[in-house]
Design a protein around this ligand. Structure first.
Ligand code: MEV
Length: 444
């Protein structure tokens, strides 16, 4: 038998948290005592809260802390919100706040829910003909729905549940089929609900399909092997769970951008930047990253799955075959309009939303919205973030703002006293900010 590689461990997950910390620190730490102290320094003083945090994942050796900021003055569909944002990048919250205020005095953000349908896929192999499956599909669907009834009653009562089942095949993969379920999961993100149903359909499929074929007296079916189920899983691509957020004002009301541009110049430069992000995938990626700066921050703050939201958003950005900006703009008859259509599969019940104390706090700050209201808030924040970034880019450039925040981070990193901050800001106002430069200034 081969020797285990160095630093290999069996049974790590069975060690206590203290023993896990010790092992990691001894094997990988530069100074093990110091590392253990650093990890322990972020323990929550309340044991129950700490226990809850530990149980979200496996092998948790510490709490990874991120700032939770607030972007106030978001007027969305006539209601004013203070939006919680969990993000580590300097200037994102400041930019969202500035854009919120700007649009708050120009009618605010308007949103429309374009759909709330979610999707799940059950894949299987079968040796029979697709036409035969299509023939029995209505009956097959009814029988599968009967099987999953015990799992859907509560959701049905809330007006959600399974909305349909369609059949799909793949020219590249003969004999491979997909039963695609569409779902309404109300205020939950719905991953567990959808996956439970799909697995239930998967285990029932061989029996149910046999019954349907027999009922339809398909004699040749006798010789066919039962379908071989491969897997059932929700799809994170939800192009029909989409919200639109938009802002609009007369070009004359756009105000002068920093950099001395007139409101018309500002509007046109902005529009040109959005057009570029529509046609250049290189630019679109950065442009959309700016949108997700805002979106992810609220998604994380409210205990939602940012990986799912990102994966879906980027797939959606490529829906016509080319990766494009998610936001669009127009200038028609003197009206400047800027909007974002974004798929957002979010929940405000279940998952981490209430279990994580800060997710629950963020939802409370938002007035405990339902999933649709949260979609509106998240989309508006993404649009605000995008507006702030593009406006900076086409006027002053983003480095001026970034560097101010960067200076603050360096001062923190170097342990500067708070009293030194205004002085440092004044000194570095017209200079390049670097760690070496700030250190020299502090020591000088
Ligand atoms: C930086 O985090 C985000 C931006 O690059 C977005 C953009 O370029 O639109 C400023």
């Amino acid at each position: 038998m081969e020797m285990a590689p160095k630093k290999w461990i069996n049974g790590f997950s069975r060690l206590s948290k203290a023993a896990q910390r010790e092992w990691v620190a001894e094997q990988y730490g530069a100074d093990s005592g110091q590392l253990i102290m650093r990890l322990a320094g972020f323990d929550h003083p309340d044991k129950r809260t700490q226990n809850g945090l530990d149980n979200f994942a496996e092998n948790t050796i510490a709490n990874f802390v991120m700032p939770l900021g607030i972007a106030p003055n978001f007027v969305i569909d006539g209601k004013t919100y203070a939006v919680p944002m969990a993000i580590e990048e300097s200037s994102v919250v400041a930019a969202a706040s500035a854009a919120a205020k700007y649009w708050g005095t120009r009618g605010g953000f308007k949103t429309t829910i374009l759909g709330t349908t979610k999707v799940g896929q059950l894949f299987f192999e079968w040796d029979g003909k697709e036409a035969l499956l299509r023939e029995v599909l209505p009956q097959l669907s009814l029988k599968l729905l009967e099987c999953s009834k015990p799992h859907t009653v509560n959701m049905d009562e809330r007006g959600g549940g399974v909305k349909g089942i369609t059949l799909h095949s793949f020219p590249e993969l003969p004999n491979t089929f997909e039963l695609r379920g569409t779902f309404d999961t109300r205020d939950s993100m719905g991953a567990n609900f959808i996956n439970t149903i799909l697995e239930c359909w998967g285990s029932s499929l061989p029996r149910v399909l046999k019954t349907c074929l027999e009922f339809n007296a398909k004699s040749a079916v006798e010789q066919l092997a039962p379908p071989r189920v491969l897997m059932g899983i929700l799809s994170n691509y939800t192009p029909e769970c989409v919200v639109r957020a938009e802002v609009c004002c007369h070009v004359n009301d756009m105000g002068q951008g920093a950099g001395g541009f007139t409101s018309w110049e500002l509007s046109e430069r902005f529009h040109q930047a959005v057009q570029l992000a529509r046609v250049s995938p290189y630019r679109a990626t950065t442009h959309n990253k700016g949108i997700f700066n805002g979106i992810d921050a609220v998604v994380i703050a409210t205990g939602n799955d940012f990986r799912a939201v990102e994966a879906c958003g980027h797939a959606y950005a490529s829906r016509d075959g080319q990766y494009r900006s998610l936001s669009q703009s127009s200038i028609v008859d003197g009206q400047f309009k800027f909007w974002l259509d974004i798929p957002l599969a979010l929940g405000t019940v279940g998952g981490l939303t209430k279990a994580h104390p800060l997710a629950a706090a963020s939802l409370e700050v938002l007035g405990n919205p339902g999933a649709e209201e949260l979609m509106r808030i998240v989309a508006a924040t993404g649009l605000a973030q995008n507006f702030a970034a593009v406006r900076s880019l086409v006027t002053t450039g983003i480095q001026a703002g970034h560097m101010r925040m960067h200076l603050q981070n360096i001062l923190t990193q170097l342990g500067a006293e708070d009293a030194k901050r205004p002085e440092a800001e004044a000194y570095f106002a017209d200079k390049t900010v670097s760690v070496a430069g700030v250190r020299a200034w502090l020591e000088g």
